[in-house]
Design a protein around this ligand. Structure first.
Ligand SMILES: Cc1cc2nc3c(=O)[nH]c(=O)nc-3n(C[C@H](O)[C@H](O)[C@H](O)COP(=O)(O)OP(=O)(O)OC[C@H]3O[C@@H](n4cnc5c(N)ncnc54)[C@H](O)[C@@H]3O)c2cc1C
Length: 304
């Protein structure tokens, strides 16, 4: 039972590889992007890497059909990708070529004879359900990352892509989180609706400066309060980030927000409600009013 792991960025490569490792057969990394990304994939214990070098300034989705035609030739039983927008387009196009079942929120996969079982999260992550599939599957991965380093680098096969037939090129990245600096920041501090007065932002901004961090926010802080532009919104419908440290100030922890920080190394939550959902999904939880906690954290950063 061979698997394709679609790689369009560095997120959760080890987690996806781990999910297909139980299935026996080959685990093939399918890298769409730059040579540097292919080299990153080569650090993981794949059996093989297929590298589709995408032209610069061409949206990688344009190549989805060519990659899907290659998938038809190779006929992998399992194709897995993260929910990154580019990966989802490629996964969906492959699924159509392979006539595969598309299953979202997949945490783990196992195999019994010819039947595959996908464990997927449902009801906003409160429930895990098993789905049995007898044909091919295209899975959107929702599990955690894992260390799956390679002892020896797998071979990289370069696949030549035809020039895109669609006349599409990236002229400007509107609303890019890079523009706001949050994508590459080591530390990000997120502002939520618990920060009710705009004047209180000054306190958070002082903390941001002391921590040498970037400021981000939840969707209602952008859409309803209009305190920040959409470049700073974190979550499923906006930006996914992977900082070393994310501090959530007055954020309840709804799944749409948390999916944007699932690759953060350490999550600290500050919330005055001890039952806030975010406390179930953080590394350190501080129950308290941000008016008191923000200045205390600022002092701690200043003296660190
Ligand atoms: C299709 C769809 C897509 C969405 N996409 C996104 C997305 O990409 N990103 C996103 O963020 N949201 C998104 N949302 C919205 C999401 O569902 C939540 O509504 C939102 O994330 C909640 O924001 P919040 O945590 O700031 O506010 P709230 O849920 O109102 O939480 C505020 C928190 O602050 C705490 N608090 C109050 N006072 C204090 C205090 N003094 N000190 C400390 N804590 C305090 C409260 O206990 C509470 O937990 C989406 C929703 C939908 C339907």
């Amino acid at each position: 039972m061979n698997s394709w792991i679609i790689i369009v960025d560095e997120r959760r490569i080890g987690g996806m590889l781990n999910a297909v490792r139980n299935l026996e057969g080959q685990a093939v990394a399918v890298v769409i992007g730059s040579q540097a990304l292919a080299q990153t994939a080569a650090k993981y214990s794949f059996d093989k890497i297929m590298f589709f070098a995408a032209a610069e300034n061409v949206p990688r989705e344009v190549y989805a059909r060519q990659i899907a035609i290659k998938a038809k030739e190779e006929a992998p039983d399992v194709v897995i990708a993260t929910d990154a927008p580019t990966a989802r387009v490629i996964l969906g196009t492959i699924a159509r070529q392979l006539d595969a079942a598309v299953v979202s929120n997949v945490r783990a996969l196992s195999k019994n004879g010819n039947v595959l079982t996908a464990v997927r999260s449902a009801v906003e992550g409160k429930v895990l359900e098993d789905i049995e599939i007898s044909g091919k599957i295209s899975a959107v991965f929702d599990g955690d990352d894992e260390d799956m380093s390679a002892e020896a680098a797998p071979a990289i096969e370069n696949i030549v892509l035809d020039a895109p037939t669609a006349d599409a090129k990236i002229v400007e990245k509107a609303g890019s989180s890079n523009e706001a600096g949050i994508e590459n920041a080591d530390r990000v501090i997120g502002v939520g609706m618990g920060v009710t007065a705009k004047d209180d932002l000054k306190m958070i901004e002082d903390l941001v400066a002391a921590a040498d961090a970037e400021i981000a926010c939840t969707l209602p802080i952008c859409d309803d309060m209009r305190w920040f532009p959409s470049q700073r919104v974190i979550g499923s419908s906006h930006h996914q980030i992977a900082p070393q440290l994310y501090i959530a100030m007055g954020i309840s922890g709804q799944p749409q927000h948390m999916s944007g920080i699932r690759d953060a190394q350490v999550i600290v939550a500050v919330n005055n409600d001890p039952d806030a959902r975010i406390f179930k999904n953080c590394d350190y939880g501080i129950v308290g009013d941000f008016h008191k906690i923000a200045p205390a954290l600022m002092e701690a950063f200043k003296h660190a």
